[in-house]
Ligand binder design. Structure first.
Ligand SMILES: [Zn+2]
Length: 558
């Protein structure tokens, strides 16, 4: 990482905010502009000047100066589809993969436990006794040796067994007299007492005893996830978690207290009992120092391709008779699309298979006809993932003004088996980013973290190479669908801003725009492809505040 140098101006301070001057960088003001040496002046959370360094100095004689020492300054990058709560939970779960034995796994859980409030259950996942000396299942006593002051539980690598400590056994009131549940097994010692390992349905005996997450847990996990996102250069996350009314209230509290390090564009669950209340109250639009927007609903058409839950128009190519499943009845999606449009709210529909995408497009098309003029500048419906699309449906994205919210890393994660699922014909409409773009569709780029990494440079890399991190396959998978560097840059900046109704305030570096900025140590637009994933982030600024980076601005209130 580049060291940052702060030069404090000696000029006398004025009552007006002197701001922060970012100097010494190559600046990309937008995806369709050439990079240039320029300075960016930030005052009161906004960009007030971008251009000639000498002119900037003149305008900002007493601003704090951040010397970016040859780094590359971009509009703030955004993730158009991530799950903050899921990431926050993952950050609080010990990763037990690769642990050499039960004792090491237990120590890793203890390290996580030490970061949690007193009494909170500690969790781990990914242990595999087959890799340990002797190959025996672990015991509650192994875990007690490291974590005795609170319940601790750890899922096996396959998710089909749970290893717990004695405090968890006590909390769940499980002992030698506990009956075997159907469809599950409690491993026992010769005297009938539980060893602390629960298989399949027996895991529910422990799960039932776990306390529900508190508001404090929620806030802690959201903040940890948001900080992790700032660290990889993200200035905003469009959060696909579909929160309930209590969770939205907790997010509002964090925003009001100024605790959010980055912007959150949250989605609400359509199952939330308070949905009509959200409509009545109206959208919450965060701007400036208010980092929270709530104006979208998240629903599901179908499942996922890997587990053959994505809804297909014809059978799966690798499983006769299976066409996947619908998560929400089409009539319900149609009603939601109509309601959202009538209230000027945005509806996100998760759709992965070609049938899931067609059902979502049908719902949006009907809503567009039923409600010709939505309030609040249009509703900009979105299909999340838009993975496998019938070729005849691709033009409908542009025609019905539906945003295809894509996750480039899903393509490179799925490429080893995707064609087995859908066969050689349907694969032509799968992860078909250039076909969508050529048909006039708007895209937005995200990662779906924590399923994939939150680092947007991995998404950028996948979009421009369609290769895994070792550079395979040569030339990229179905390379005709690759995005150019400029297209991929737009995907995570201006396109993501449009998907959040923010193209006039975010996604570019221009006077009057929010001072949401991402600074990379190397230039991802020209770097050799294999270098892109490891380019360091130098600075993340959101609303003029440093969200990540070595610099602490002093001498100016940004
Ligand atoms: Zn998701």
């Amino acid at each position: 990482m580049l060291p940052l140098l702060i030069v404090l101006s000696l000029a006398p301070s004025r009552p007006a905010s002197p701001g922060v001057l970012l100097e010494g960088a190559t600046v990309y003001v937008s995806a369709d502009a050439k990079p240039r040496a320029a300075s960016v002046l930030v005052q009161d959370g906004k960009i007030v000047f971008v251009g000639d360094p000498a002119a900037a100095r003149k305008q900002a004689s007493n601003a704090a100066v951040i010397d970016l020492k040859g780094a590359f300054l971009f509009p703030g990058w955004a993730d158009a589809h991530g799950h903050l709560l899921g990431l926050g939970k993952a950050l609080e779960t010990a990763d037990l993969r690769g642990a050499a034995d039960a004792a090491e796994a237990a120590r890793r859980i203890a390290a996580i436990a030490a970061t949690l409030p007193v009494g909170a259950w500690a969790e781990g996942r990914g242990w595999d006794q087959n890799r340990w000396p002797g190959g025996k299942f672990p015991d509650a006593r192994d875990l007690d040796a490291a974590v005795a002051d609170r319940p601790a539980i750890a899922r096996r690598v396959d998710g089909h067994a749970l290893w717990v400590n004695s405090a968890a056994l006590a909390a769940a009131k499980i002992d030698a007299s506990t009956a075997e549940p159907s469809g599950g097994r409690i491993l026992r010692r010769s005297d009938g007492s539980p060893t602390g390992v629960f298989v399949d349905n027996a895991m529910n005996l422990i799960g039932k005893a776990m306390p529900a997450a508190s508001a404090g847990d929620f806030e802690r996990q959201i903040l940890a996830a948001a900080r992790a996102c700032a660290k990889v250069g993200l200035t905003q996350v469009q959060d696909a978690s579909a929160y309930d009314a209590n969770q939205i209230a907790a997010l509002e509290g964090l925003a009001q207290r100024g605790e959010l390090p980055i912007r959150i564009y949250a989605t609400v669950s359509p199952e939330a009992s308070g949905l009509s209340g959200f409509f009545t109250r109206g959208a919450r639009i965060g701007r400036g120092g208010d980092f929270l927007t709530v104006r979208a609903i998240k629903s599901y058409a179908d499942g996922a391709l890997g587990s053959r839950g994505a809804a297909l128009l014809e059978d799966y190519s690798d499983e006769k008779g299976n066409r996947g499943l619908l998560v929400t009845p089409p009539e319900r999606l149609e009603a939601l699309a109509r309601e959202a449009r009538a209230h000027g709210w945005q509806l996100w529909v998760h759709a992965i298979g070609d049938r899931g995408n067609r059902i979502a497009l049908d719902a949006f098309e009907k809503a567009n006809r039923a409600v010709p003029r939505p309030p609040a500048g249009g509703d900009r419906p979105r299909i999340e993932h838009a993975q496998v699309i019938a070729l005849s449906d691709i033009p409908r994205f542009a025609r019905e003004r539906v945003i295809a919210s894509i996750q480039p890393t899903h393509a490179t994660s799925d490429m080893p088996w995707a064609e087995q699922r859908v066969g050689p014909d349907r694969i032509a409409g799968a992860y078909a980013w250039q076909k969508l773009k050529k048909a006039g569709a708007r895209l937005a780029g995200g990662s779906d973290f924590p399923v994939e990494s939150e680092n947007p440079l991995l998404g950028f890399y996948a979009a421009v190479t369609r290769q895994d991190l070792s550079g395979r396959p040569a030339g990229g998978w179905r390379p005709e669908e690759k995005l150019s560097r400029e297209q991929a840059f737009a995907l995570f900046t201006s396109d993501a801003a449009y998907a959040a109704f923010e193209e006039d305030s975010r996604g570019q570096i221009a006077a009057g725009f929010e001072a949401d900025l991402t600074v990379f140590a190397e230039d991802p637009i020209v770097a050799q492809a294999q270098r892109i994933p490891s380019i360091p982030v130098v600075l993340t600024m959101v609303g003029g505040r440093v969200a990540y980076g070595g610099a602490r601005t002093r001498g100016g209130a940004p």
